[in-house]
Ligand binder design. Structure first.
Ligand code: NAD
Ligand code: DAU
Length: 334
C-alpha cells in the first residue's frame, strides 16, 4: 500500500509510520511542516527504507499536497497543533491547521478519489463524570484545541455525506510512549524527575485520563484504515484510566526520585476533569489494546532514560522559553 501520512514527524505519526514500514511493508510519504513538535529525527531509522519519502510542507499548502498525494492509495492525517495549554495561550495556529489545513487535504483526497483517515481525539466529547463516551455521544469540546479538532471532524464527515469521499475518523485517548514531546504530562514528569526538577501538578491532581500506549493507538488507526466503513467514526481508547497524581507517583517510583519534587501549580483554565472512551466498535473490527499502563509506563521511562540524545536538543531549545512562560520558572532552576 502507498500512504501519504501528514504530520508523520510527530509523536504518534512517527510511531505509525515505523509500524507501517516495518510490519506492513508500505511505501510511505510523510508530509510535515516540522513545527516545534515535528522532528525529522523521529524518523531517522526509516530514512533509507524502500518507498520512504519526506516532504517538508504544511497541509494548508495545496500545491505541495497535490504533488505528495499523487499515486497514494490513502491519506492518514495526524497533522495538528496538539497541546491544550498552547491552544489556550495562542490559538491561532490551531485554527489554521485544523480548519483550513484539513479542508485542503480533503479537497486533494476528493480529487484523487482516495481513502482518508482523520486522526482525532476523545477531547471532542468534553469531560465525563461517569461511564464512557461512545461514537454517538454529543461533541462538547472545552478548549480551542478540542473545538478546532471537533470542527475538523465535522468537515471530514461532511465530505463523506456530501461528496461520497471514503473518509473515516479515528478518536484516540491519551497516548504515551517513545518520541512524545516533553510538554505533555508523562514525558515532562519523567524528564523533570530524572533531572531533580519540580513536578508540576495542575490543580488538585485528581483529573483522570484514559491512557493508551502509542503502538496500540497506531495499530488501531491501521485497523480502521484497513477494515473501517467509510463515513464511520471509531473510538480507540486505552485499557486503563489513572488519576494524574497517581501517574506522577508511579513515575517517581520508576525513576527513583523523591515525592518532595511534586509541586501543585495553578490549574489549567477550563480543565476537563475526566476522559473515558468506549471502544467496542473498533473491537468488533478485531482490534485490542495489548499494552497495560504499568508495562507501558515502565517501557516509556526506560526509553527516555536511554535516549538522552533525543531529548537533550529539545531541553536546550525553544522548549526552555515555553517552559518558563508556562510554569513561571526556568527549567533546571529547582
Ligand atoms: P505532535 O504534536 O507530536 O505532532 C504533530 C505533528 O504535526 C508534528 O510533526 C508537526 O510538525 C505536524 N504539523 C503541525 N501542524 C502542521 C501543518 N499545518 N502541516 C503539516 N504538519 C503539521 O502530536 P501527536 O501527539 O503525535 O498527535 C497526532 C495526532 O493525534 C493529532 O491530530 C492529535 O490531535 C491526535 N491525538 C493525539 C493524542 C495524544 O495523546 N497525543 C491522543 C488522541 C489524538
Ligand atoms: O485525550 C487525548 C488528548 O490528550 C490529545 O488529544 C492531546 O493532543 C494531548 O495533548 C492530551 O491532552 P491532555 O490535556 O489530556 O494532555 P496533557 O499531557 O497536556 O495533560 C494530561 C493531564 O495532566 C491533564 O489533566 C493536565 C495535567 N497536567 C499536564 C501538564 C503538562 C499537569 O497536571 N501538569 C502538567 O505539567
Amino acid at each position: 500500500m502507498k500512504l501519504l501520512v501528514c504530520g508523520g514527524a510527530g509523536f504518534i505519526g512517527s510511531n505509525f509510520v515505523r509500524q507501517r514500514i516495518t510490519d506492513h511493508g508500505d511505501a510511505v510519504t510523510v508530509l510535515d511542516k516540522l513545527t516545534y513538535a515535528g522532528r525529522e529525527e523521529n524518523l531517522a531509522d526509516l530514512r533509507d527504507a524502500d518507498g520512504f519519502a519526506f516532504v517538508h510542507a504544511g497541509i494548508e499548502d495545496a500545491g505541495a499536497v497535490a504533488e505528495a498525494i499523487a499515486g497514494a492509495d490513502a491519506v492518514v492525517n495526524f497533522a495538528a497543533e496538539t497541546h491544550v495549554d498552547r491552544s489556550i495561550a495562542e490559538p491561532d495556529a490551531f485554527i489554521t491547521t485544523h480548519a483550513f489545513g484539513t479542508f485542503v487535504l480533503l479537497e486533494a483526497a476528493r480529487e484523487h478519489g482516495v481513502r482518508y483517515v482523520q486522526v482525532s481525539t476523545d477531547e471532542v466529547y468534553g469531560s465525563i463524570e461517569e461511564g464512557s463516551f461512545t461514537e454517538s455521544s454529543p461533541l462538547q469540546p472545552s478548549s480551542p484545541y478540542s473545538a478546532t479538532k471537533a470542527g475538523a471532524d465535522l468537515l471530514v464527515a461532511s465530505y463523506h455525506h456530501t461528496y461520497g469521499l471514503e473518509s473515516l475518523i479515528c478518536r484516540g485517548s491519551n497516548n504515551y510512549g517513545p518520541y512524545q514531546y516533553p510538554e505533555k504530562l508523562i514525558p515532562l514528569i519523567v524528564l523533570n524527575a530524572l533531572h531533580g526538577d519540580p513536578l508540576p501538578v495542575y490543580g488538585d491532581g485528581q483529573q483522570v485520563r484514559n491512557w493508551i500506549y502509542v503502538e496500540d493507538f497506531a495499530r488501531g488507526i491501521g485497523h480502521v484504515l484497513a477494515h473501517g466503513a467509510p463515513g464511520e467514526t471509531y473510538n480507540v481508547g486505552g485499557p486503563d484510566e489513572a488519576v494524574n497524581l497517581d501517574v506522577v507517583r508511579r513515575i517517581i517510583d520508576l525513576v527513583g526520585a523523591s515525592e518532595d519534587l511534586i509541586s501543585y501549580v495553578t490549574d489549567r483554565p477550563g480543565h476537563d476533569r475526566r476522559y473515558s472512551l468506549g471502544s467496542e466498535k473498533v473491537r468488533a473490527l478485531g482490534w485490542e489494546a495489548q499494552v497495560r499502563f504499568d508495562e507501558g509506563l515502565e517501557r516509556t521511562v526506560a526509553w527516555y532514560r536511554d535516549n538522552g540524545a533525543w531529548w537533550e536538543p529539545i531541553r536546550s531549545g525553544e522548549y526552555r522559553a515555553y517552559y518558563e512562560r508556562q510554569y513561571g520558572r526556568a527549567l533546571g532552576d529547582g
